[in-house]
Design a protein around this ligand. Structure first.
Ligand SMILES: O=C(NC1CCCCC1)[C@H](C1CCCCC1)n1c(-c2ccc(-c3ccccc3)s2)nc2ccccc21
Length: 233
């Protein structure tokens, strides 16, 4: 049985990522809001644009704390943020959805989201993803590292120096691999399952523009930031 050891610098890296992840959380809790009332499609769309706008700002702050990120080519930094923002949104949504809630609350939340205005066809892939994330019972460190790994995906559109991004991502993947082996010793496949979720995340990314434009209302208004991030308008 090979001895898995997280080195001192890997521990320091994990602490930086976890602190940044915890520091940059959305202030108001969208799940609480959704559990309070059933909103109209228009109100839900507005809620999503507000949540998404603040989440992008939070994501930028988190990303700036990833060691090495600010040393990347500046245009590549933008390309990585633009390319990962939607996936980070779905990953965060999955974590919000999978949080331990009082009896019956998750069912109410799911029902509210199903009636939020998003077209029916996207519900199955979206909730399959949320439930598959929930089944992993990720610890905070794993969630934070997975978000950093998603941001540091080398093959986003317009990234010039992919190797520089690969090197940063690889150091995150190595820490995550060791953490998974230590946290889930009975599940040697756990790390692979975690990475498999990133593939599922990309398919959700693929749907996002259509999810927005098919929102059951007319005249969809987006902020300039979201037009950039969501490839709409
Ligand atoms: O507010 C939300 N998510 C925040 C985003 C930022 C980070 C925190 C979470 C929305 C609400 C859904 C119901 C209507 C209001 C908005 N939400 C979603 C999404 C479904 C579809 C989404 C999307 C994203 C981009 C593009 C196209 C579609 S996000 N899944 C959730 C699971 C649990 C709690 C909220 C959840």
């Amino acid at each position: 049985k090979e001895k898995i050891e997280i080195t001192k610098e890997q521990q320091a890296l994990m602490k930086i990522i976890l602190d940044a992840y915890n520091r940059h959380q959305i202030p108001q809790d969208v799940a609480k809001k959704l559990l309070q009332d059933q909103y109209s499609a228009e109100e839900n769309f507005l809620l999503l644009t507000e949540m998404a706008t603040s989440q992008v700002q939070v994501l930028v702050e988190f990303t700036k704390n990833i060691p090495g990120f600010l040393s990347l080519d500046h245009e590549d930094q933008i390309a990585l943020l633009k390319g990962s923002a939607v996936e980070a949104m779905f990953l965060r949504s999955a974590q919000v959805f999978s949080r331990k809630m009082p009896k019956g609350h998750t069912e109410v939340l799911e029902a509210r989201i199903r009636k939020s205005g998003i077209s029916e066809e996207f519900m199955t892939p979206m909730f399959n993803f949320y439930k598959s994330i929930g089944e992993l019972h990720m610890v905070q460190e794993e969630q934070a590292l997975l978000t950093a790994i998603t941001i540091l995906t080398p093959d986003r559109p317009h990234v010039k120096d992919q190797h520089a991004v690969e090197r940063l991502q690889e150091s995150m993947l190595d820490v995550l691999r060791k953490l998974c082996a230590l946290q889930h010793p009975q599940e040697p496949q756990y790390f692979a399952r975690l990475l498999g979720r990133l593939t599922e995340l990309r398919t959700l990314n693929h749907y996002h523009t259509e999810m927005l434009t098919s929102w059951r209302m007319n005249d969809h208004k987006f902020t300039p930031l979201l037009c950039e991030i969501w490839d709409v308008q």
